[in-house]
Design a protein around this ligand. Structure first.
Ligand SMILES: Cc1cc2nc3c(=O)[nH]c(=O)nc-3n(C[C@H](O)[C@H](O)[C@H](O)COP(=O)(O)OP(=O)(O)OC[C@H]3O[C@@H](n4cnc5c(N)ncnc54)[C@H](O)[C@@H]3O)c2cc1C
Length: 412
């Protein structure tokens, strides 16, 4: 069976729901959101603490409340939300293979928005040696267990990573009656803002150790300890614990993008997009953390709002713009999103380029050059730090020569 819709949105998280809410009132025909989970809302659904909705809704709310709010808005706007519906592949450039308890079918769309999000690399992908006991989770798995399935975790946890999401794990562990005894970071200092770190440490008594890593997990059946290595001295010691949380270290949920043969970016590993969020296949767009693993939910949601203009343009028969100048992030920058600028084209969402830095800079200076010519330079008042997105004004690259070579972004 093949169903025809005007727009198919894959993923019912903040990006997908907001794209659907923005599109449904302006599209004649179905805007269908396909979500594999039993409810829409994405990660915020099980991230049960405040910190959501600031930039998009101008509110400060909990994850579950935010998820409900975005779900309600998409529905009220006229979008159709189908849950327990997993897109497993493609039967054509914009024809999706969908599997659900109602059976398997094809969904053919005039436009597709990929909004499948990102996930944390689990323990096996981080190559942490040792035994294979129970009690090792990513933050996402932990929050799912605690908030959605009301399951117990242990009593003493070690957290691998010290970024913002690591503190989200501390909150969940605390709620589940589990003390965080240690947080490790391989960087020179922990990645999260001081405003999180200091109160977090005071409130929960968490010991945070920079320049350390977990090299082995021990325990038969259940975790009993981890082995910590000091990266400067090479010294190792054991820390008794019954729970290990691997946090951050993101990978986009890019399987469908790869299966579609979309151009992928080596840095983000998500689809390469231009500033309108169009991918390399006409009529296929992308939004949210699939493009920038990982920023906050409101930024993902605002991507969803931003992508609507390009989707509507495509539905109105506007040809896909060709050409474009690639953006290249140079070390210590790991990636930039979007990766393609078209001089004269629209600015990116919020007029910002999103970058990821592997090094700390307190007052960072970013320079954009094209063919050896400086296009723009700015000293920014906010820091660049590992473990969180670093935002740079688009004006730095807006004057790129459409006939010139790639624009290189450097950080000093
Ligand atoms: C532990 C944790 C704490 C966080 N805390 C905060 C915070 O306090 N404030 C904040 O602003 N942000 C926070 N974030 C970040 C925020 O959750 C994300 O930025 C946001 O959820 C990204 O939205 P998204 O729509 O891009 O992706 P997601 O929320 O990941 O949604 C993607 C959706 O796509 C679905 N999907 C994927 N593949 C398929 C498929 N093939 N078929 C059908 N459906 C599919 C998934 O099931 C999912 O529902 C936190 C993240 C984590 C992990």
């Amino acid at each position: 069976m093949t169903e025809r819709v005007r727009v198919a949105v894959i993923g019912g998280g903040p990006a997908g729901l907001t794209a659907a809410a923005a599109l449904a009132p302006s599209v004649a025909g179905d805007v269908l959101v396909l979500e594999r989970e039993v409810e829409t809302g994405g990660i915020p659904r099980h991230s049960d603490h405040p910190g959501y909705g600031l930039r998009d809704l101008r509110r400060f709310m909990s994850g579950p409340e935010y998820a409900r709010r975005l779900t309600g808005s998409a529905r009220e706007a006229g979008a159709r939300l189908e849950t327990e519906a997993m897109v497993t592949g493609w039967a054509g450039p914009r024809t999706l293979e969908v599997t659900s308890p109602r059976g398997r079918r094809l969904v053919e769309a005039d436009a597709v928005v990929l909004a499948t999000g990102a996930r944390e690399r689990p323990r096996p992908a981080r190559l942490i040696a040792g035994d294979r006991p129970d009690g090792v989770y990513t933050t996402g798995q932990l929050q799912n267990l605690v908030h959605l399935h009301h399951r117990e975790v242990g009593r003493r946890a070690v957290i691998v990573g010290a970024e913002l999401v690591s503190w989200s794990a501390v909150l969940t562990l605390h709620e589940a009656g589990c003390r965080t005894v240690l947080m490790t970071s391989e960087y020179d200092k922990p990645e999260a803002y001081t405003a999180f770190r200091v109160p977090g440490r005071l409130a929960f008594g968490v010991l945070v150790r920079a320049r350390t890593r977990v090299v082995a997990i021990h325990g038969k059946g259940r975790v009993t300890s981890v082995e910590i290595e000091n990266l400067d001295t090479g010294q190792r010691h054991r820390v008794p614990c019954d729970t290990v949380i691997t946090t951050g270290d993101w990978i986009p949920d890019h399987e469908l993008a790869r299966a579609a043969g979309l151009d992928l970016d080596e840095g983000t590993r998500g689809p390469r997009v231009d500033t309108s969020l169009a991918t390399s296949v006409p009529g296929v767009f992308a939004a949210g953390n699939l493009l920038h693993p990982v920023d906050t939910a409101d930024v993902a949601a605002l991507d969803g709002r931003h992508v609507a203009a390009a989707v509507l343009g495509h539905l109105a028969g506007e040809p896909a713009p060709g050409g474009g100048v690639p953006l290249v992030a140079e070390a210590p920058l790991r990636w930039v999103a979007p990766q393609l600028v078209r001089p004269g084209g629209p600015p990116p969402s919020r007029g910002k380029l999103l970058l990821w830095s592997d090094a700390f800079r307190t007052l960072p200076r970013v320079t954009a050059t094209q063919d050896g010519r400086v296009l723009g330079r700015a000293r920014l008042p906010w820091p660049a730090a590992p473990g969180r997105v670093f935002r740079v004004p688009y004006s730095l690259v807006a004057g790129a020569d459409p006939a010139g070579g790639p624009v290189r972004l450097t950080l000093a």
